[in-house]
Design a protein around this ligand. Sequence first.
Ligand code: ATR
Length: 291
Amino acid sequence: MKAADFRLFGILGFPLSHTLSPVMQEAALQSLGIKGFYLVLEQSEKNVKHLLKNLKQSSVEGFNVTVPYKEVVCKGLKNLTPEAKAIGAVNTIFQKRGKWVGGNTDAYGFLYSLKSEGKFLPRGKRALILGSGGSSKAVIYALARSGVKSITIANRTQSKVQALIRRFKKLFPKVVWGQIGLDKEDLKTAVRDADLVVNTTSVGLKPKDKALLSVTLIPKAGPRKKLFYDLIYNPAETKFLKTAKLRGHQTLNGAGMLAAQGAKSLECWTGKKAPLKLMYQTLLKALKTKG
Ligand code: ATR
């Protein structure tokens, strides 16, 4: 086999011991008849910056980027897609007409999952976002772009919310923006008024984590159920989702978003339609094996 027949893709991040992207992407490559590997590139920030300056010499033809480098890569690339520019984070690096481009498929992945699995159409709806870290930006962008009526952001650190709102208000002046802390009464009102509640915080990743929303903060579901979406997919059902379900609401975890953002990345690299269903099934199987 010629070297050129063997294609390389990979993921940049640190740490990467738990990443499920390789198993999902390699299943997709195989199904598309592409001979290649998806490499785990657990690298230091210094190495990532060095790579960005020397992409021309890279034998890896497409990258995913994950925590904590999404912002660093965004700042380090000259060419960005409109999504990556607006979000301020890159999760996919690909080549287009001989140029290396930074893109963001997280927003697409979230929206795809929300619409296809959640049957939730954001236009005119009211959203409450818990958290204002890196991953909240793609969610906020996706919702604002899709015409939500209002977005309230709840976060422990208020200065981060202010910065986020300042940034997105300029891009989406028609959206009604709101900001709260984690005060119980404020949360209760915000949950009551929302059609969609998204957890973008890391609370729920560890078994001992307390739910950010206790049962008393979530009203019982009426005829119009709310959708509670957790970006966390392992565990498959966080306390946040369990509590919402207990109150009769619809719930969804972030596995669908992970699969859809990965599929879109693969399409950026290969120009071929990605086998999303297969990628999702492979991911769910891998998650089950991991327990
Ligand atoms: P990511 O890139 O996954 O979004 P991040 O940028 O570190 O990760 O953001 C994590 C989010 O979880 C933040 O909104 C953080 O709140 P702060 O901005 O106040 O730090 C939130 N978070 C993490 N641990 C939390 C906790 N114990 N209680 C409340 N919020 C928490």
